[in-house]
Design a protein around this ligand. Structure first.
Ligand code: GDP
Ligand code: ADP
Length: 227
């Protein structure tokens, strides 16, 4: 397959729909950079940057960070990736963010993970992450090899503060009100591809087959270990 242009892709879906899990499988199979707004924010939080301090109050309340802050942060980060195929995860989450992104580049494809809310709520309370890499685990679905430890670095796993049930409810409401309109925005542009289901292991092969039409696969033996 001859790829003439660099792929500009976005992965969307409600909190807990499997964006991080599917993204790590995508990165394992295809040569592209993955940029997660949530991972970037948590890194800023940990380093107590100016953005991190502001973001904390919003994240703890299950609210979205204001568009201007978020857009500046992400577009600045994207500048470093202009020579690569890339996949954005968690951004854009509002129509103004999508419009700001459009001013810098044209999005080719939006992968929408369409997973029902009932399925999601129970997943998030069992989510554990490795803060350094953003690797994500689930006590039932993909438990770490050793309880409480990252498979690769052996560093401790943590639970996200915003995965508490009451914050999850607020995040799902924010998704409904602010992020769902972004799906319509991309649907109108003809770039939205929805993948429906309740299990990542069933959704993933369909996403994989779809991306094979857009990108060459990397040699699996050479691919870095990833979940
Ligand atoms: N039970 C179950 N858990 C899943 C499935 N897919 C992902 N998860 C877990 O659900 C949680 C949310 O997934 P994640 O990829 O972090 O979703 P994101 O919030 O959209 O990035 C994590 O703990 C995953 O390990 C699935 O098919 N079944
Ligand atoms: N594009 C964005 N715009 C505004 N806030 C964001 C954005 N991306 C992430 N956030 C903030 O960070 C939190 C965690 O995001 P994320 O890790 O992507 O959650 P999830 O993977 O559960 O969907 C969000 O609840 C929100 O407060």
């Amino acid at each position: 397959m001859v790829v003439r242009q660099l792929l500009r892709a976005v992965i969307m879906g409600p909190p807990g729909s499997g964006k991080g899990t599917v993204s790590s499988r995508i990165v394992k199979h295809f040569a592209l950079k993955h940029l997660s707004s949530g991972d970037l924010l948590r890194d800023n939080l940990q380093r107590r940057t100016e953005v991190g301090v502001i973001a904390k109050t919003y994240i703890d309340q299950g609210q979205l960070i204001p568009d201007d802050i978020m857009t500046r942060l992400m577009l600045n980060e994207l500048k470093n990736l202009h020579r690569y195929h890339w996949l954005l995860d968690g951004f854009p989450r509002t129509v103004p963010q999508a419009e700001a992104l459009d001013e810098t580049c044209q999005i080719d494809t939006v992968i929408n993970l369409d997973v029902p809310f009932e399925t999601i709520k129970q997943r998030l309370t069992a989510r554990w992450i490795h803060p350094g890499s953003g690797r994500v685990y689930n006590l039932e679905f993909n438990p770490p090899k050793d309880v409480g430890l990252d498979d690769i670095t052996r560093e401790p796993l943590v639970q996200r503060d915003d995965d508490k049930p009451e914050t999850v409810t607020k995040r799902l409401k924010a998704y409904e009100a602010q992020t769902k309109p972004v799906l319509d925005y991309y649907r109108n542009k003809g770039v939205l591809e929805s993948f429906s289901g309740t299990e990542t292991n069933k959704i993933w092969p369909v996403v994989h087959a779809f991306l094979q039409t857009k990108l060459p696969e990397v040699n699996q033996e050479e691919a870095a270990p990833h979940r």
